[in-house]
Write a protein that binds this ligand. Structure first.
Ligand code: GLN
Length: 636
């Protein structure tokens, strides 16, 4: 087993996760089998109880592990399926050592950070690195380990100590350290400053780790002078200093590594010459470059709670991107904070009919704007409301993602209603599905107080209820988590067709509440169709509106299994519907692989080939052009 450790210096947020994923992808493209481990030095046991505001989304694995979002990047780039143990935290390590101490494993000894915690870290890494994650038997050839945080953080000290020892445990030729650091450009002349990186390498060496490769994050290619300085002061050969300059999208990062021969540098350190081949990234290159050239937009309104932080919905954005690229459309996401769609009055008196009956003023408004959702006029922030409404009305598709708590719920209901009534493609994920059901009950069944017990524990019309097996006292790891099976109830619905008319699918879950099974018949009699259920038939997994261009809600999170080139079927259908390609998508979806769509098919492949011809010659020039700003506007 070979190990590639990725550390970070100078500042956080440099893109260590993307770098680690790209290294994994590059090595995989060299014919090696890869796995990955993320070390998060915080004390939490896992990411499950952390706020998406602070840490970005909680990624969910097949085994129900609630983990750091970087594991999502690894899975997407390397096309692997990780386990909860692939995310190590200080909390998990200490818990395991304390459990052993209680059991008496260290009887008579003083339990200390060195050697007990550091040994536990090394044993954990070695054990987990050998778990196969690519569907094949036997361990991978290379394990990429990313150490979260920045060199110098107090909480990462035991991990650095352990990794220093680990490099001796596995021996020379089996351990390669890639240090990702920042090279800022301070003045208009564009002088690249190497001192912060020099200091960070010195700190790394001071803690017993020797970097083999430097990956420098910069706005432009490192000049020879800067490279020379880094090489001399950091004692790293110039050919092992890679520039990771800004690129239009992260799919270009593996290409930057390949173009600068990072694989050669790793082969040398890890004695892989003769074992690994030259990287074959043909398909990846084609996708990365063709996606940069897309210009026809597909506008998606994302109506959520954490809209100020795109990392909160990272996998949703990635899944939208995978589907849009497949449909040859440039993804434009319009963020709508759900609470901006609410009015002061709407918050007090939820059901729309109450407005209608109790006030002539609302009656007038209701008539004037009958075709839209605008029963809100007395607003807390009229400008924000107008802006939100404008974005909603301009959208080709409306997506309500997962979430917790009641803030913004009314706004999400308004968005779902708008999409249902105006026949705009709608995708509701987890909470988004529950919202769609509540909205339907209120508007179509006329149950004005229909609600979820999550938002009103004493509601008289509990359309969404707490799941019987859930725990109300323990918050960590007690949701319905991970891969669960959904059985299609008919082959005639869109969701079944999108999944290739399979009789069942496995998707990842993370929820505490569900559609009240006792009220399903009422909803179905009024026209809502529960097309996917669990093995008992009592738990609703997919809901659809049959007489709508595309209105689907899923209790699971399809975004977690979407991959570049293999978009999630429900996202592909959604984007397809939003850009008028649903029929083509449905046709091509009859060919599926592992529950992931193979894409829109030959038509698109032809376009891909055409792009490939253009881009093959443009590759290097394009990436260079971008850094000087001439390709502005090509961001997703
Ligand atoms: N809060 C809802 C529940 O627990 C939805 C969760 C989610 O969207 N992930 O069921």
């Amino acid at each position: 087993m070979k190990y590639v450790l990725v550390t970070g210096g100078v500042v956080s947020g440099l893109g260590k996760g993307v770098t680690a994923s790209s290294i994994g992808l590059l090595l995989k493209a060299c014919g090696l089998r890869v796995t990955a481990i993320k070390i998060d030095p915080y004390l939490n046991t896992d990411a499950g109880t952390m706020s998406p505001f602070e840490h970005g989304e909680v990624f969910v694995l097949d085994d129900g592990g609630e983990v750091d979002l970087d594991l999502g990047n690894y899975e997407r780039f390397m096309d692997i399926k990780l386990t909860r143990d692939n995310n190590i935290t200080t909390g998990k390590i200490y818990q395991s050592v304390i459990n052993r101490e209680r059991r008496g494993d260290y009887l008579g000894k003083t339990v200390q950070v060195v050697p007990h915690i550091t040994d536990a870290i090394q044993d954990w890494i070695e054990r987990v690195a050998h778990i196969p994650v690519d569907g094949k038997t036997g361990p991978a050839d290379v394990c990429v380990i990313e150490l979260g945080g920045t060199i110098g953080d107090i909480e990462s000290m035991p991990f650095i100590q352990a990794l220093g020892q680990f490099s001796y445990r596995v021996g020379a030729g089996n351990f390669c350290l890639v240090h990702v650091s920042l090279v800022p450009v301070l003045n208009v002349v564009g002088e690249q400053k190497t001192k912060p990186t020099q200091h960070s390498v010195r700190a790394l060496r001071g803690q017993g780790l020797t970097p083999n490769i430097l990956a420098c994050r910069t706005t432009m290619v490192l000049d020879e002078n800067a490279k020379g300085k880094l090489s001399q002061f950091c004692l790293i050969p110039a050919e092992n200093i890679i520039t990771l300059y800004d690129v239009p999208n992260i799919w270009n990062v593996p290409l930057l590594l390949r173009d600068q021969k990072a694989h050669e540098a790793m082969f040398k350190v890890l004695n892989l010459h003769g074992v690994a081949q030259e990287p074959n990234l043909e398909e990846w290159t084609c996708r990365a470059e063709s996606s940069d050239l897309l210009h026809e937009p597909v506008r998606i309104a994302l109506v959520g709670k954490y809209t100020c932080l795109s990392d909160s919905y990272l996998s949703v954005l990635k899944a939208l991107l995978h589907a849009s690229v497949d449909c040859k459309k440039k993804l434009v996401v319009d963020w709508i904070p759900a609470s901006n769609l609410e009015s002061a009055t709407a918050k007090e008196v939820t059901p729309i009919m109450n407005h209608y009956i109790t006030s002539m003023f609302y009656l007038l408004l209701f008539i004037v704007e009958i075709s839209s959702i605008c029963y809100c006029s007395i607003l807390q922030n009229p400008d924000a409301y107008k802006a939100a409404l404008k974005l909603l009305k301009g959208a080709d598709g409306v997506l309500v993602p997962g979430g917790f708590g009641d803030r913004g719920v009314q706004g999400k209901i308004i968005a779902a209603r708008y999409a249902r009534e105006n026949r705009i493609p709608f995708l509701g994920i987890c909470l988004g599905m529950q919202i769609a059901v509540i909205e339907f009950a209120r508007s179509v069944l006329g149950v004005q107080d229909a609600n979820s017990t999550e938002f009103d524990p004493h509601t008289k019309s509990p359309y969404i209820i707490f799941m019987p097996e859930g725990s109300k006292t323990q918050m960590g790891g007690t949701m319905r988590l991970g891969s669960r099976r959904t059985y299609f109830q008919t082959k005639e619905c869109k969701s079944s067709k999108l999944y290739g008319c399979k009789s069942f699918i496995d998707e990842r879950h993370r929820h505490r509440y569900e559609v009240n099974p006792e009220l399903v018949a009422r909803l179905e009699n009024a026209g809502l169709s529960f097309t996917g259920k669990d093995e008992t038939g009592q738990r609703m997994e997919i809901v659809e509106l049959p007489n709508h261009p595309y209105f689907i809600g899923a209790q699971f999170h399809p975004e977690f299994k979407s991959r570049p080139g293999k978009p999630s079927p429900l996202f592909l259908g959604f984007i397809g519907a939003a850009c008028g390609q649903l029929d083509a998508v449905l046709q091509s979806s009859s060919i599926v692989d592992n529950g992931l769509s193979k894409g829109v098919g030959s038509e698109i492949s032809a376009v891909n080939k055409a792009y490939k011809n253009i881009t093959a010659t443009k590759t290097a020039a394009y990436r260079t052009e971008y850094i000087y700003g001439s390709c502005n506007g090509l961001h997703f």
